[in-house]
Each structure stands twice: as structure tokens, then as C-alpha cells.
Design a protein around this ligand. Structure first.
Ligand code: CP
Length: 319
């Protein structure tokens, strides 16, 4: 339980038990009062240095970690591959060891290679948070998605989640199935068979026997409480795994038409960034059923909670 034993790194969601996740939610709830106050600044991480090292593009994750650190009075430094000594041929390990030596208290890492944050955590002494590695994991996004459901619906146990679209390339999908299953939700993957989530280990499949797969959107949505639509990852060659984009959008896009298959109560999630008109229509993303804006809003409180848990001195009671 992370309340009793310090969390050293956050590399994937399967490090966390249900109680750990609820503990992070409690922290985030307390921190929300700072975000809703008139002065959004507290000295909780004064004197600490947070370095965001992003070698892939990001808006939400990088900016929300930056904002979370600044609200807590940490010094936040952003480093991207472009413009850094990566471009002069410096190795990844030299780069992160340099950032540690310069004085980082924590590294937030996004990288195109699956497993990169694990490699880093074995080679430096400070905590590491995985901010998305290749097609592997995005644990902080899953905490945000779970927290959004916890705040808007309440109990997650027993809910039916459909994860729709480019499952094969999606680190969000892989962390989501583990996190939502840990919280007791039932997960159905819906994709063309060429985009099926084929990454679950035998252990995962044994641990979560309620996981299902289908390529039939109507079947997938008919009993959904939650529909998480995924970005179609063209940069990871998603267009090579379906015959053409028109056919893909006709069969798998979340639109007013396809939403008729889902119960009225079904709520919509998307981790962003969205390809509007490809995996989701704009009027669906902006509808009353959409929780997409709440996902973004909740990201700061969750990332503040993680920074305090990993490098702060405060406990839940003293914050
Ligand atoms: N959800 C997410 O990781 O978005 P960014 O790529 O904008 O950080």
C-alpha cells in the first residue's frame, strides 16, 4: 500500500492496487480545493526540481505536469529531444544521467520506445514517472480516466467499459484495461481484427477473465456504461492495418449514428488528442455525454498528487 511504503517510481498502473488508486484519488480530491481557490499556489514542493523529458510530442501530459509542479512551487524544467543534445548524438542514458546530475528530483519521461522509463529507473537514483512509452503504457492517463469516472459516476466496480479503435498501438488502451480491471470494471475491446489488443500476457488474461474482444460495434456498445475511443495512431502506421480510412470510419467511428447502439447512460472518454471525423465526431465529443473536458481538467490534480507522493514530505493528513 503506497500510504505505508513510499512509491519509488510510477512505471505502469499494474504497480498499484485498488486501495493505492483510491488513496491517490483522496489526495487529488484534497488538492482540488487549491485548484478551485483564488491563489493557485502552495509551497508544498518548494526547493524541488521537476524535469519533464519528452522525446515525443505532447500537449496535455507535458503541460499538466508543468502546471502541477508550478502550483506546488516546484521548479519545472522542460526538455525535449528537439533542441537538446539528443540531436548531437548523445545517448539516452547519458541524457537522463545528465539531467539527474544537474539537480532533478524527479524525471517525467515520454519516449517512443516501449520500456524506456524502466531502463531509466534502473540507471538513476531519483524517481521516474512514465508519461507514455511507445505502445506500452500511460499510467497517469489511466489514473485520470479512472478518477474522472469516480467523480462523475462513483463506483467503478461492475461498469462495462468498451475500448474502441486503435487498440494495437495504444499505450492508453493497455494501461486502461489493467487499471479498470483492477477497479472491477469489465472491459471489451472493439477494433478491426488487425487492430486487436494482442498485447495482454497470459497472466493478465488469467487475472481478468471478463475481458472480451469483438469487431462488431453494435455488440460492443449495446451494454456499455463507458466508451473510450482511441486516437488512430497514424504516426505508428495505423493506416496500414485497415484497407482504407472511409471503411474504418464507417465501421468504427463514434458518431450520433453509432451511438444509437449504446444505452443513453453511456458516457464517452477520449484520452486526446482527437482525430475528429476519424475515430469520433466533433458533436459527439462536445455532447452532454462526453467526459473529455473533465478528463483534461482532472489531469492536474492527479499529477499534483503523484508529485507529492513521489517526492514530497506531506501525507494525506498533513496536506
Ligand atoms: N493523452 C495524452 O497523452 O495527450 P498528449 O499527447 O497531448 O500528452
Amino acid at each position: 500500500m503506497i500510504a505505508d511504503n513510499k512509491l519509488n517510481n510510477l512505471l505502469d498502473i499494474d504497480q498499484l492496487s485498488k486501495n493505492d488508486i483510491l488513496y491517490i484519488f483522496e489526495f487529488a480530491e484534497k488538492l482540488s480545493s487549491i485548484l478551485n481557490g483564488s491563489v493557485k499556489k502552495v509551497p508544498v514542493l518548494r526547493g524541488k526540481t521537476v524535469i519533464n523529458y519528452f522525446s515525443e510530442p505532447s500537449t496535455r501530459t507535458r503541460v499538466s505536469f508543468e502546471n502541477a509542479g508550478k502550483i506546488l512551487s516546484a521548479d519545472v524544467i522542460n526538455v525535449s529531444s528537439s533542441g537538446s543534445s539528443d540531436e548531437k548524438g548523445e545517448s539516452f542514458i547519458n541524457t537522463v544521467q545528465t539531467l539527474e546530475s544537474i539537480g532533478a528530483d524527479i524525471l517525467i519521461i515520454r519516449h517512443s520506445d516501449s520500456g524506456a522509463p524502466y531502463f531509466v529507473s534502473r540507471n538513476i537514483q531519483i524517481p521516474v514517472i512514465n508519461a507514455g512509452d511507445g505502445s506500452h503504457a500511460h499510467p497517469t492517463q489511466t489514473l485520470i480516466d479512472l478518477y474522472t469516472i469516480y467523480k462523475s459516476i462513483g463506483e467503478i466496480e461492475g461498469l462495462n467499459l468498451t475500448i474502441l479503435g486503435d487498440n494495437i498501438h495504444s499505450r492508453v488502451s493497455r494501461s486502461a484495461v489493467l487499471g479498470f480491471s483492477t477497479m472491477g470494471a469489465k472491459v471489451t475491446f472493439c477494433s478491426p481484427t488487425t487492430m486487436n489488443a494482442n498485447y495482454l500476457s497470459e497472466n493478465d488474461v488469467n487475472n481478468y477473465p471478463s475481458i472480451m474482444y469483438t469487431s462488431n460495434l453494435k455488440d460492443a456498445l449495446s451494454d456499455s456504461d463507458l466508451i473510450m475511443t482511441l486516437r488512430t495512431q497514424f504516426e505508428r502506421k495505423a493506416s496500414l492495418v485497415f484497407p482504407n480510412i472511409n471503411e474504418y470510419t464507417r465501421m468504427f467511428k463514434l458518431s450520433n449514428e453509432s451511438l444509437k447502439y449504446a444505452p443513453d447512460k453511456a458516457r464517452i472518454l477520449h484520452p486526446g488528442p482527437m482525430n475528429l471525423g476519424v475515430e469520433i465526431d466533433g458533436y459527439v465529443s462536445e455532447s452532454d455525454r462526453s467526459l473529455i473536458n473533465q478528463q483534461v481538467m482532472n489531469s492536474v490534480a492527479i499529477r499534483m498528487a503523484l508529485l507529492i507522493i513521489l517526492i514530497g514530505e506531506h501525507t494525506l493528513d498533513s496536506i
